[in-house]
Design a protein around this ligand. Structure first.
Ligand code: SAJ
Length: 433
């Protein structure tokens, strides 16, 4: 018989995690303070847009392997393993661990002897071996003797959570060797590629991963700005640089969004504050935060060069989501682009096939409507649907054929051939209009 497992926090990480363990025969109880989420889960309905999640959730609930509740204490009391996947937001300089602390309070009260507690929420290095262990030991139980404690960072990208939970390697760091072993035993039921370490290293690894990506994208964005000055195409330059076997520059774009890359680097910065060179993390954040504003600059240049006043110009934004293929709009650069254009008096419309969010601008529900009578189309999100747009068709609908491509979803030369005035982030070449 597989262990009884409880997952505290039914968010973007917790819900797919609960479903995946339930699909492997565990008896899982998911806990959330949000009654709406609990009700939906118990009805077998997912509130997240995740591939495979709907069917797997329905199946787990109908087979009785997954239940949801708001009663954390009973759920913990009846479980041999507890996974904590609550939010740990960062606001300015402050890491808000209040949700983790309240989850720990329930666990502290109800933890069974011999149980495993695995933390998946992103936390400052040292938290599991420090605050978490201290809190759980308050009742007199000892980690490594009476219970086991490990940090197991989540690595799921929203939209591909199920697939990534099953296939992306995981790092498992216990507060001692027995805890690491117990956590490996649990997670090996859903994932075969597990790497053992200690809890603090695992916490550090999580911050390294997202900060590395943020720094790499910031470098790509810097190269885009330099390319515009040089008169070259940054995509071509990066593609060629990446033919070097030891180079892997990411893609530039109109900004970095989502809940992870916009937050975790600040946690790493705080951890390394005062260490020589740690400012590089903040500088990368600043570059990435600047990119939506740079996009506005390009839009303004495009309009000016074509004799169009931004006041009243009809501008279509393709994409509200923070990245391609998902409807998630958390920290999306699109919000900033829309806000700045509305402030400048433009008539802004937003089209996103994955979400109805439009950040206060008008929303349209088809590509045709987005292109119709517009002065400029701005690509903010690299949704696959945008890459398939037939430019010759939609071009006929526009008032002015101007494209500002933030994600290189269109080939500049094809657009040019179709009579568009093409502007792109990092596209410094001047195609003769
Ligand atoms: N982006 C670029 N250029 C790129 C890649 C991404 O501008 O070359 C932008 C995206 O458009 C998006 C933002 O960066 O706005 C973040 O997207 P993402 O695909 O890098 O990542 P997330 O935030 O969806 O998920 C990340 C992942 N981390 C890494 O790839 C190192 C995921 O594996 C983590 O589980 C997740 O953070 C998390 O929860 O921490």
């Amino acid at each position: 018989m597989k262990a009884r497992l409880c997952v505290l926090g039914l968010g973007h990480v917790g819900l797919p995690t609960a479903v995946v363990f339930a699909s492997k025969g565990f008896s899982v109880v998911g806990v959330d303070i949000d009654e709406r989420k609990v009700d939906l889960v118990n009805k077998g309905i997912s509130y997240l847009h995740e591939q495979y999640l709907d069917e797997m959730l329905r199946d787990a609930v109908s087979r009785g392997t997954l239940k949801a509740t708001t009663d954390a204490v009973s759920a913990v009391r009846n479980s041999e393993a507890v996974i904590i996947a609550v939010n740990t937001p960062v606001r300015g300089d402050v890491v808000d661990l209040s949700q983790l602390e309240s989850a720990l309070e329930y666990v502290r009260r109800a933890l069974r002897v011999g149980s495993l507690v695995a933390i998946e929420s992103t936390v400052p290095p040292g938290t599991t071996a420090g605050l978490v262990k201290r809190t759980l030991e308050e009742r007199g139980l000892r980690a490594e003797e009476d219970f086991y404690l490990a940090y197991v960072p989540e690595r799921v990208a929203p939209g591909r959570a199920i697939e990534e939970l099953l296939t992306v390697p995981r790092v498992v760091g216990g507060v001692g060797p027995k805890s690491t072993q117990k956590a490996i035993e649990l997670y090996s039921n859903v994932n075969q590629r597990l790497y053992a370490t200690d809890a603090t290293t695992a916490e550090f690894v999580k911050l390294i991963e997202n900060s590395f990506r943020d720094l790499n994208i910031a470098f790509a964005n810097l190269l885009a700005l330099i390319s515009e000055r040089l008169g070259v195409d940054v995509y071509e330059a990066i593609k060629l640089a990446n033919t070097h076997p030891r180079v892997n520059v990411h893609k530039p774009g109109p900004g970095v969004g989502g809940p992870c890359l916009t937050k975790d680097p600040y946690m790493l910065f705080k951890t390394g504050k005062g260490v020589f060179g740690s400012d590089i993390i903040l500088l990368a954040r600043r570059i990435n935060d600047y990119m939506p504003l740079h996009t506005i600059k390009i839009i303004k240049t495009a309009l000016r060069e074509n004799g169009i006043s931004i006041k009243g110009a009809r501008i279509a934004i393709l994409g509200a989501a923070y990245k391609g293929g998902v409807g998630d709009t958390r920290e999306s650069p699109s919000r900033i682009v829309v806000r700045e254009l509305l402030n400048a008096g433009a008539d802004v419309i937003v089209y996103d096939p994955y979400t109805s969010e439009s950040f206060g601008a008008k929303r349209v529900s088809s590509l045709e409507e987005a292109f119709k009578e517009t002065d400029a189309v701005v690509v903010v999100t690299d949704h696959p649907e945008f890459k398939r747009v037939d430019l010759s068709g939609v071009g006929k609908l526009m008032r002015h054929k101007i494209i500002v491509d933030g994600r290189r979803v269109f080939d500049p030369y094809v657009a040019h051939r179709e009579g568009f005035k093409y502007y792109g982030i990092g596209f410094g070449k001047r195609l003769s209009f």
